[in-house]
Structure formats: C-alpha cells, structure tokens
Design a protein around this ligand. Structure first.
Ligand SMILES: *[C@@H]1O[C@H](CO)[C@@H](O)[C@H](O)[C@H]1NC(C)=O
Length: 393
C-alpha cells in the first residue's frame, strides 16, 4: 500500500500537462528582464536566443552596452546558464556589470527545433554535428547580436561543446576572429585521445554504429520524475549525484547540491547522434579533425580519404583565448587541453587550483563567483576599460 501511494505521488504530478519552465521563466524568476529572439542560420535552422538586456540592480548606463554571447555544452541548452542563483551565475553578474547578455541554443535542442524547410521528423534535419554548430550556429548568433545591437564585436563564453564549436568556427571562418573581443572557454573539449571518462568510451563504440538521429532529448514527464527524485536527500546522493558525475567528473565535492533537482529537471536537451560520433572519432584518431564520413565520401567532400585537421593556426583573436580547465574533468584531460592551447596562435591557460574540480563545476559549483567568475569578469572589464575604443561605433 505504501508503495502504491509513493508510486502515485511520483507519477501523478509527472503526467500532468504542465508546461515545463523555459529559460525566460528561470530568468524572470530571478527578477531579471528577458527577451526572446530568433536567428536563422545560413543553412536554414531557426535558433532561439534569450537576452538579459540589463540588470535591475544597476540603473542602465547611457550608450551602447558591450554584448556577450554564451554557448552551452553538449546535451545542454540556454537553461544551463540561468538555473544558478544570480549572486553566483555569470550571465547575471555580467548583466550587473553593465553587459548585454545573450544565451544561444544549438540546432536540434529543445529551443532550436525549427528549420525553414525541414522538420525534426526528416532524417536530413539531424545530419549535423558540432562542426555545423560552430560554423553556422555560432556565426549566425554573433551576426544576429551585432546587427541587433549595432556593436562591432562580442565577448564569448562557452562551456564544453560551446568551446569545440568556437574553435571550429574560428579555424574555418577566421574572419570571425575580428568579431570576438575576449573569449572564455570553460571545460573546453578539442583533442580527446586522453579523455578520462569510461562512460564516454563505452558510449563511443555504441554511438559509432548509430545512424544520424535525435538522441538525449527532453521528455518532460521523465524530467519531472527525475527532478522529484533528485530533491530527496538519499536518492539525490546515491543516484543523481552519480549520474551527474559520470558525465562531469568523479566525486567532485564542488557541485552545489541545491541545484541538483533543477539540473535533473532540464537535462538532457537534445542532440544529434552525429555530435557524439564526431567526438568518438576524435577519441580514436587523437586528432582535432573534421567529421569522418568514410574514405569514399571523404574523397568527394574533402578530396582526401581522411578528413583534414581543423586549421587551429588560423583561429586568431586579438585577445588571448582564455582556457579554464581542471584535473578532475572526465570529459577533458589536462594534456588534451594543453595540446590545443599550444596549437593556437594566441591562447592562455588557467588550470583550476582545486584538483577535484569537475566538468560541470564550471557552471554549477558552490561559490562559483569567488572561484571562477570574478576572474572572468575582471578580464571583461579590463578589456572594456582599455580597448573598447577600438571597437566603438
Ligand atoms: C547553492 O545554490 C543555491 C541555489 O541556487 C544558492 O542559493 C546558494 O547560494 C548556492 N551556494 C553557494 C555557496 O554557492
């Protein structure tokens, strides 16, 4: 009987047709203003961008505000930047500092499931990976922000795949280096041959055999069950913590456990299997190379039997690309990050002082402002006070 009641307690609320909260709801709940915009990519995907145009804590300063683009990680969305409290979260802190904050969403996730001619039911819709997310989605997001605000360049903050996409964009479309002021890559993923995650290695072999299709998408009733389970202390610590850490980095004591139910409520946000397959290829090849379609197709597409490397030497921005990485990041080994830093013409590494800092701690840790965000904000403000003239209208 007790089991039945418990079952009903979990099931009934989870099947109620309640609209899940979206990024705008999270921002509004934290008492910040929000706008929703859409940008269309060169290849027809319609992306949703959320904007925090100003902070209620700081009276609007006159004149144009410097703009910031945030790009989320794999299986994530713009939600992942704003479930944190405004005292700790970078988008809110930057709004407080007078920045115009934009959170984009990669093609195929919960917020970017539209296309000018294709539908998510079409196979063709899912034929993309983080290469297109960098070359098309990041560039479209930047251009949309610049044309809406009249700014000449943006600051960029990426987490995980948001960093891979940034490096793909800058190396393939080096002209975008002129549209970037400072850039901050958190838990960056590029070279992957030393990736510590055992789960990733298991998933790798499974996914390499999969066709291009949607995976790890959002199922609201399941999210509601997960959210509820992760709210209880015991399950939260036994199950939810471990699931989060499998992806993120093992036994990190830094993850703010209060955020756990919120994370369970928004993950995962939908990707194409090809995003995972492309990462899997990097693990096997040890290279940071374009997608491998197989020798025959490669010949047609790249005129060579194997895909070319991303030309990282061309990925240049005037300010050093700032890499924030750590020793307990299951998705990104220190040696792999240092290899990409040394392959770039202008990059700087910041290895986290905590040996146990993990992959998602960069966005969900306790005292995130003190341990990470203050440092990033300093770089933003130093740039704006010194160089903003060079980018003024
Ligand atoms: C942990 O997260 C909660 C909810 O966002 C927040 O209120 C609290 O300040 C955070 N704690 C720390 C130490 O960051």
């Amino acid at each position: 009987m007790a089991k039945v009641i418990l079952g009903l307690l979990i099931l009934v609320p989870s099947i109620l047709p309640v609209a899940p909260k979206d990024t705008a709801d999270f921002i509004r709940e934290r008492n910040y203003p929000v706008e929703k915009h859409t940008a269309v990519t060169q290849d027809g995907y319609v992306l949703s961008l959320f904007r925090i145009p100003y902070s209620p804590r700081r009276p609007s300063r006159p004149g144009p505000k410097p703009a910031v683009l945030f790009f989320h990680g794999l299986m994530c969305s713009s939600d992942f930047w704003v479930i944190i409290s405004p005292e700790e979260g970078l988008p809110f802190l930057l709004a407080d500092e007078g920045y115009d904050v934009w959170l984009t969403n990669s093609r195929g996730n919960t917020y970017s499931r539209k296309h000018l001619t294709l539908s998510p039911n079409d196979k063709k819709f899912w034929q993309f990976d983080w290469h297109e997310i960098g070359v098309y989605d990041a560039t479209a997001s930047i251009d949309f922000i610049l044309s809406t605000t009249g700014e000449k360049a943006v600051h960029y903050v990426g987490h995980s795949q948001g960093c891979t996409a940034f490096l793909a964009m800058l190396s393939m479309r080096p002209e975008y280096g002129h549209k970037v002021k400072t850039s901050h890559l958190l838990a960056p993923v590029a070279f992957m041959s030393r990736v510590p995650s055992k789960l990733m290695r298991i998933l790798k072999d499974f996914y390499l055999k999969m066709p291009d299709m949607e995976t790890f998408y959002n199922v609201p009733p399941i999210n509601r069950i997960n959210k509820m389970m992760c709210s209880g202390y015991i399950i939260r610590n036994l199950v939810c913590r471990n699931i989060a850490f499998m992806f993120g980095g093992y036994a990190s004591p830094h993850l703010n456990m209060t955020l756990m139910p919120l994370i369970a409520g928004i993950a995962a946000a939908g990707v194409s299997t090809r995003q995972i397959k492309h990462y899997a290829q990097l693990i096997d090849s040890g290279r940071f190379a374009l997608y491998d379609f197989g020798a025959q197709l490669n010949l047609q597409i790249y005129r060579s039997p194997s895909p070319p490397d991303y030309p990282l030497r061309d990925a240049y921005t005037q300010q050093p690309i700032e890499f924030y990485y750590s020793d307990n990041d299951a998705m990104s080994a220190v040696e792999d990050v240092e290899q990409v830093i040394s392959s770039l013409p202008n990059a700087r590494g910041h290895r986290m002082a905590f040996k146990d800092w993990g992959h998602i701690d960069f966005i969900f840790a306790y005292n995130l402002k003190k341990h990470l965000n203050n440092d990033i904000i300093n770089t933003f403000n130093t740039f704006e006070s010194r160089y903003s003239g060079a980018y003024a209208n």
